[in-house]
Design a protein around this ligand. Structure first.
Ligand code: NAD
Length: 380
């Protein structure tokens, strides 16, 4: 019998209610697929507001110690209180465990009204680099001593043209950081039988950073994937690797979604493109995700704590349930993952859905979070 330990954090806001509705669906899918052969062993960890109430810390040491040895973890959304001196818990977790790949599958479910003509052609997985780029936090405010000093240095030493009043930010992109992200995307495409990997960059303008990402991506394919990956336009067998400039890519995914499958991109591009793609297929309530490092895969619904509907039995547990399906695929339990996808498809076709989806499915009846979970459970 295979038992996989999954450390989980309930999260704040709608976190506890989507867990309550969603986890039974994930467990039941495993049971239906494998009987008592396979099971998930869920271990609760404290984080966020509940942890603060019970231990006086938002990220207790016991939680961090358990995660340091974990391979699978799963979290609900965590609040980032606005105010000084409070670092985002999500960012802290990503940095401490070096979760460098943010992975989001974007797939259409029949029945959802979409703003595009052929949402059914959208079946993409975005691999977004999670640790570098202008998100690295190396930035200085306009007029600050740091900004002034940096600008002076660039002007004096390199003859750069920058106004002395500019706010400045640094965009570090490394060969190693780019290659490990592209590697995750290529491995995924090969394992899951996907047709192509597209490197998305703005290297025509930012040659040393975004252009570097493109060049290092191709370099990795050449060095480590010979015979298994083939460059667009060249003869050969295998997963096609190609690249697109980011602005063109935003047009292409709208006009020719069938041409794109796995997307590997830098942090800022990835942030934009994953939300734009999610909007093409129905938004946050059905958007799963994972942040992955070399050891730990940390699954999460991509929505936040939705404070205005928290505690009202209105939240959609679909995003958490589909994140569960991603976890099952990650560990190779594909039969259970497929059961979840089918259950969600049937749930949407039957048109008894939570408020967010009801707004996008004409003729639908609105049900609560708990009832939607029960419907999906019954659909397995
Ligand atoms: P949000 O995702 O919480 O809400 C955006 C909108 O979507 C709201 O209208 C909300 O009601 C709706 N919504 C979100 N999830 C839903 C669901 N499952 N079912 C139905 N409707 C849903 O984003 P926000 O309002 O920008 O952020 C609120 C809080 O969540 C902030 O503190 C933010 O920092 C945090 N947040 C956390 C994460 C995370 O932990 N990964 C991600 C995003 C935001």
């Amino acid at each position: 019998m295979a038992t996989k330990t999954v450390y989980y954090i309930e999260g704040d806001g709608i976190g506890p209610e989507v867990w309550k509705a969603g986890r039974p669906v994930i467990d039941a899918a495993v049971e239906k697929a494998y009987g008592t052969e396979n099971a998930l062993d869920w271990q609760l960890l404290l984080a966020g507001e509940r942890a603060f109430k019970e231990t006086g810390e938002h990220l207790p040491k016991a939680t961090m110690d358990a995660l340091a040895n974990a391979e699978l973890a799963f979290k609900g959304p965590l609040n980032t209180p606005v105010g000084k001196g409070f670092r985002s818990l999500n960012v802290t977790l990503r940095q401490v465990f070096d979760l460098y790949a943010c992975i989001r599958p974007i797939k259409y479910f029949k029945g959802i009204e979409s703003p595009v003509k052929r949402p059914d052609l959208v079946d993409m997985t975005v691999f977004r680099e999670n640790t570098e780029d202008v998100y690295a936090g190396i930035e200085y405010q306009s007029g600050s001593p740091e900004a002034k000093k940096l600008i002076e240095f660039l002007v004096d030493e390199f003859g750069a043209k920058i106004d002395a009043t500019a706010g400045v930010g640094i965009k570090p992109i490394t060969p190693a950081g780019s290659k490990r992200l592209v590697k995750k995307a290529l491995d995924f495409a090969l394992e899951q039988g996907k047709p192509s990997v597209t490197l998305v960059h703005k290297g025509n303008i930012m040659k040393t950073t975004e252009g570097g990402f493109r060049a290092w991506g191709y370099e990795l394919a050449e060095e480590e994937y010979k015979g298994r990956v083939v460059r667009e336009g060249e003869d050969g067998e295998g997963v096609i690797i190609k690249d697109r400039i980011a602005d063109a890519m935003f047009q292409n995914v709208l006009m020719y979604p069938e041409q794109y499958s796995v997307i590997a991109t830098t942090n800022l591009n990835g942030d934009y493109i994953s939300d734009a793609l999610a909007a093409q297929v129905g938004g946050l309530g059905l958007a799963p995700g994972v942040n992955m490092g070399d050891k730990l895969a940390f699954f999460e619904p991509t929505h936040g704590t939705a404070p205005t509907i928290a505690g009202k039995d209105m939240a959609n547990p679909g995003s958490l349930i589909l994140s569960g399906a991603m976890l099952l695929e990650h560990i190779g339990w594909h039969e259970a993952a497929n059961l979840i996808h089918k259950a969600v498809e049937k749930g949407l076709a039957d048109k008894k859905v939570t408020v967010d989806l009801a707004a996008q499915i004409s003729g639908s009846t609105q049900v609560g979070c708990r009832e939607f979970g029960e419907i999906l459970l019954g659909n397995l």
